[in-house]
Design a protein around this ligand. Structure first.
Ligand SMILES: NC(=O)c1ccc[n+]([C@@H]2O[C@H](COP(=O)([O-])OP(=O)(O)OC[C@H]3O[C@@H](n4cnc5c(N)ncnc54)[C@H](O)[C@@H]3O)[C@@H](O)[C@H]2O)c1
Length: 387
């Protein structure tokens, strides 16, 4: 049996996403399981090389997880021909430069979203990906979540009939940082550091809408900074210059040519009265479904109750009980890990990853147009992106 070991330089692993989701929940479990098998019997193993600016922090993580190789010198991994893949989960504002260097050095790249701070830069990255021919993957984690996998399964089975609308509710209260520390990094609330709800979440919503329903044709958005003052990691007061909530309407066309109206509220200034931190409801002529990160419930036409509007009477229908759980029917592992494995299979096969830099550029495009729509107070059509 042959083993192919992929050496992966991982930058940004001291951060929230880089550490928890990518290192601890994805790459290390793959390593510790001895890799995984391809159909032809080849075993694919991974060897992470931790990269970061702060020597102490990187060394500590390496020691904690038994990772032999680490460095504070990004250039050294770029120049090392034995490194196959460069992974990036740094601050968004640093990504364009490092991904460019990695692709020019012939590395395959896997990266957090958004890929760049502007559409122009995101498209440049996608072009470079095409020119260099490396396998490039961008995190599209929401599509690998059990809840959305089940939702997509319902779409594929024609459960909904003609799909009419999607409504999404995302968010939770992010503490301001004065009386209780904030649970998200302060740069998220500073525009000048690449922060903001629209920039952060519209790239997710683009691939979620594309992956579940179809192409996004137009956007109308209102971005707001509800909480203007926050306190950073050092307890220092700062002005929140970025939007912390975005209310968007996305016009989508399904592959059958049906128009779907999708509305998604995204907020870090909302208290949760939901079962999950994100929920999407899809309504169609023959059925509806509500999916969260993990669960998905559905209701068919024949099981749909017939409420009559009468504010004088108390509600008699147990509405929530009238939905049926959609079963997993598969081993739905951590979404980040599943996408990592798929990406690694693509690297070994020398083929493109299905969620690459062009898809990511469409996400950046939606964020950019969302912000423009909000600033100008108007609906904007989304031009098709080509390389
Ligand atoms: N896929 C998702 O659901 C998801 C969720 C949150 C964030 N993200 C993305 O992941 C990336 C990282 O976000 P995060 O929440 O982990 O952020 P974080 O602040 O926790 O981590 C940032 C990382 O970048 C490093 N870094 C490099 N140079 C830096 C500098 N000059 N200042 C500060 N940090 C520096 C930090 O050391 C750290 O490793 C962002 O691009 C973000 O958009 C994705």
């Amino acid at each position: 049996m042959t083993t192919r070991t992929l050496r992966i330089a991982m930058n940004g692993i001291t951060g929230r996403m880089g550490y928890r989701q990518h290192l601890v929940r994805s790459v290390l479990p793959i390593r510790d399981a001895g890799g995984f098998l391809l159909e032809d019997g080849t075993r694919v193993q991974v060897e992470p090389i931790l990269v970061g600016r702060r020597e102490g922090a990187v060394r500590e993580i390496a020691e904690r997880h038994g990772v032999e190789h680490w460095t504070t010198d990004v250039d050294s991994v770029m120049n090392d021909p034995s490194v196959d893949i460069y992974f990036d989960a740094q601050l968004t504002s640093l990504r364009k430069a490092t991904l460019t260097a990695a692709m020019k050095a012939g590395k395959h790249v896997y990266t957090e979203k958004p890929t760049a701070e502007s559409l122009e830069e995101a498209v440049e990255l996608a072009r470079l990906g095409q020119e260099t021919g490396v396998t490039a993957g961008v995190v599209h984690d929401k599509l690998y979540l059990p809840g959305l996998v089940k939702l997509r399964r319902l779409v594929d089975q024609g459960f909904f009939g003609r799909i009419l609308s999607l409504r999404g509710e995302f968010g939770y209260w992010v503490f301001e940082g004065d009386v209780q520390p904030a649970q998200r990094p302060s740069w998220n609330y500073r525009k000048e550091d690449g922060g903001g709800m629209v920039v952060d979440m519209f790239c997710h919503w683009n691939y979620v809408l594309e992956g579940i329903l179809g192409k996004v044709d137009a956007v109308t958005a209102k971005a707001v900074t509800h909480i203007p003052t926050r306190w950073d990691e050092q307890g220092k007061e700062y002005t929140a210059t970025a939007d912390d909530a975005a209310y968007g309407i996305f016009e989508v066309t399904t592959p059958d040519g049906d128009p779907v109206v999708a509305q998604i509220n995204s907020s870090w200034a909302v208290r949760v009265f939901r079962d999950e931190l994100v929920e999407f409801q899809v309504d169609g002529t023959r059925g509806s479904a509500v999916a969260g990160l993990r669960n998905c419930v559905a209701q068919e036409r024949a099981h749909t109750p017939k409420p009559v509007w009468n504010p004088d009477l108390p509600v008699t229908e147990p509405f929530r009980d009238q939905w049926l759980e959609v079963p997993n029917n598969a081993d739905l592992d951590n979404g980040f890990k599943l996408q990592w494995e798929e990406f690694l299979r693509d690297v070994v096969a020398g083929r493109p990853h299905r969620y690459g830099l062009l898809s990511a550029a469409r996400g950046v495009q939606l964020a950019e147009l969302g912000l423009q729509s909000s600033a100008e107070g108007r609906r904007l059509e989304i031009p098709e992106l080509t390389l």
